[in-house]
Design a protein around this ligand. Sequence first.
Ligand code: GN1
Ligand code: MG
Length: 365
Amino acid sequence: MDNLAAIANQFKPQGKVIDIQEYGNGNINSTFLVTLDAEAEKQFILQRINTEVFRQPELVMGNMRIVTEHIHHRLQHTLLSADRRWKMPSVLLTQDAQDYWIEPSGGFWRALSFIDAAQSFDTIQDTKHAREIGYALGMFHNLINDLPTERLADTLEGFHITPRYLQHYEQVLAKSTVNKSPELEYCLQFVSDRKSWVNVLENAKEEGKLTLRPIHGDPKINNIMIDSTTGQAVSIVDLDTVKPGLVHYDIGDCLRSGCNPLGEETQQWEVVRFEPDICQVILEGYFAVAKDFLTDNDYNYLYDAIRLIAFELGLRFFTDYLAGNVYFKVKQPSQNLARALVQFKLSESIESQETALRTMIEDLQ
Ligand code: GN1
Ligand code: MG
């Protein structure tokens, strides 16, 4: 706590630091909630960026600043948030007015304002929650849609480019020495059967059917804050992966996390299922604010996006298991294998509902 308090104090807290606790369950960065002895702004978020993953963390902070400034400006001129509380986390500056602080030992730290009177959930709680999740992502896309992608740096090259993950998987597999098991065989076969399809979104991008836009990159449902009183979405947090991409990556990620009622850390991978009723409501919430900027081609690739992003996350977890858990944090060595099984089962469930999901998307159009 002493060392953490010293770090927290770099960000000019408006009061005495009285408590620091680990916060959330991020797989990459280390996140803490700092509590102050103060009347207002009692809490803020302190994070150490994983610089193994984000090799140029200054660029992450640059993107974050561009996006939050753009949104603050847009919010003054839009009716989108007229009937609701909508906030963006803001970056807290250091004593030298910098948006990050580097420890003598190299740790890269930043502080963000805390969205108060709100909470997030790992799984969908009810229909209203599902609609609000979709609404929040649509609202975010709507607010950044007019931000030119050239203004955003590519902070994580290859992020959500599934063919790249497949390439990396093949390299890792060739060298891997993990023990054989039925679960491992299932994963190997699962990936092998889908190799020829992983280019689906990248091909559409190359053919000019899908275009790059600013995206969130990680809009899983626990990154969407829900107002504790009204039950309405109030913010979308974790802006580390904001960069140019396809909105399909975001929609796929939001749905793969929202429509899996058992959650991505469940041990019961055999019974994981993609819930179409939740999907319908999340999409309704999303389209309510995003319809204006979606093209016919965007709709045509939505089914593939839902299937692909679940598969891709499974592939990323599986590769990391094979590589010895070098990317995602784990509590025990087989956790990334269990996580991969969950996402592969989810993709299998999506595939088994292809016709119904395609019809649903068409009907919502
Ligand atoms: C990682 O650290 P966290 O939980 O915000 C990952 C996402 C995955 C997610 C799965 C930079 O996000 O892509 O979807 O885990 N972030 C990065 O829970 O790789
Ligand atoms: Mg994240």
